[in-house]
Design a protein around this ligand. Structure first.
Ligand SMILES: Nc1ncnc2c1ncn2[C@@H]1O[C@H](COP(=O)(O)OP(=O)(O)OP(=O)(O)O)[C@@H](O)[C@H]1O
Length: 318
């Protein structure tokens, strides 16, 4: 049985459909990445899966129970670190974990042992006895992660676990998630706006756009849909005639135009880049930028949604 399976899961807010008939299935032991821009419906989906929000139609089975019929059973078997978590800054990390242990009915001895394990797992060290107000953003995420793990859940939900963290803290959170998955076999459902995060961490990725799945697969499969290599050209002269001209170059698989940006997919970019440069020169166009790189999930997103992915650390398409 899958760890998570949704059946036409939907959520409307008034006339607005935030999550639109979602059908996804996550296997036990998988790290599943739910990737999408701001407002795509990621948090709404997670809040339904962790039973904080009722679906307006459809259902989901999480750890063997329906989120609508048996939310209490679901809650006992999952852990969640959500964006909105409010940590009490006056508490120490240990107090937070002890409170959580009590809520889940762990006895004193078991709670103490579990907290020691978690302190090691999330690598928080002596800071566990300091007030949360003294923690950095990364440490807050890690103590929040530890709190979600107190009762040894089978499935862990992480809603944008690294948004707002610096690259080093982000890498440490990735490390914890991988370790939990590898050592404790925890199934992880993770939402992210970071293409790199989904690429690096997830076994499978769903790209969500306006409440619907636009594409799903392993990162490698998804990238294969756009070709192995990508040549990016930025030029004010980008028009359909130029697109046609570039498309005729041997070795070029496909050319997409979005404003001033041309995305040229090619199996072997290093071979195609010379002829592309020559063709641009012959066409007499000004080239502001020409980049050759391997395809990323960003290219997949552009391909499936027609818009460039805009997150905090990427430029918004003009
Ligand atoms: N309680 C609510 N009432 C009305 N609209 C809502 C409510 N909650 C969410 N929405 C809308 O539903 C859409 C999806 O929101 P959601 O928070 O799920 O997106 P998201 O993909 O998680 O984005 P973010 O990265 O910003 O968290 C948004 O357009 C949002 O404005």
């Amino acid at each position: 049985m899958p760890a998570i399976a949704t059946q036409a899961l939907s959520r409307r807010f008034g006339e607005f459909t935030a999550v639109d008939s979602l059908d996804v299935s996550v296997e036990e032991g998988e790290i599943y990445g739910f990737l999408g821009p701001n407002g795509a419906g990621k948090s709404t989906t997670v809040r339904m899966l962790v039973t904080l929000l009722k679906p307006t139609s459809g259902d989901a089975t999480v750890a063997g129970s329906s989120v609508t019929d048996h939310p209490g059973d679901v809650r006992l078997r999952i852990g969640a670190a959500l964006q909105s978590t409010a940590l009490d800054p006056n508490q120490t990390g240990r107090e937070l974990l002890a409170l959580q242990a009590r809520l889940y009915g762990l006895g004193r001895g078991r709670a103490r042992r579990r907290i020691d394990e978690l302190v090691e797992l999330v690598d928080i060290g002596d800071a566990v006895d300091a007030r949360i107000s003294t923690y950095s953003g990364g440490m807050r995420r890690r103590i929040d992660l530890a709190a979600a793990l107190v009762h040894s859940p089978e499935i862990l939900f992480l809603d944008e676990p690294t948004t707002g963290l610096d690259p080093l803290s982000r890498a440490r959170v990735w490390e914890e998630v991988r370790r939990l998955n590898a050592e404790a076999g925890v199934t992880v459902f993770l939402t992210t706006q970071y293409l790199e995060e989904a690429d690096r961490l997830a076994d499978r990725v769903a790209i969500i756009d306006r409440g619907r799945i636009a594409a799903e697969g392993t990162p490698v499969e998804l990238k294969r849909t756009v070709g192995t290599d990508v040549i990016l050209v930025r030029t004010p002269a980008a028009d359909d005639a130029l697109v046609r001209r570039l498309q005729e170059i041997p070795g070029v698989d496909r050319v997409d135009r979005h404003g001033h940006d041309l995305t040229i997919a090619a199996q072997d970019g290093s071979r195609a880049v010379g002829p592309v440069a020559v063709a641009l020169h012959q066409a007499g166009v000004d080239v502001e930028e020409l980049v050759l790189r391997t395809a990323s999930l960003d290219d997949v997103f552009l391909e499936v949604t027609g818009t460039r992915f805009a997150s905090d650390d990427e430029e918004q398409e003009s």
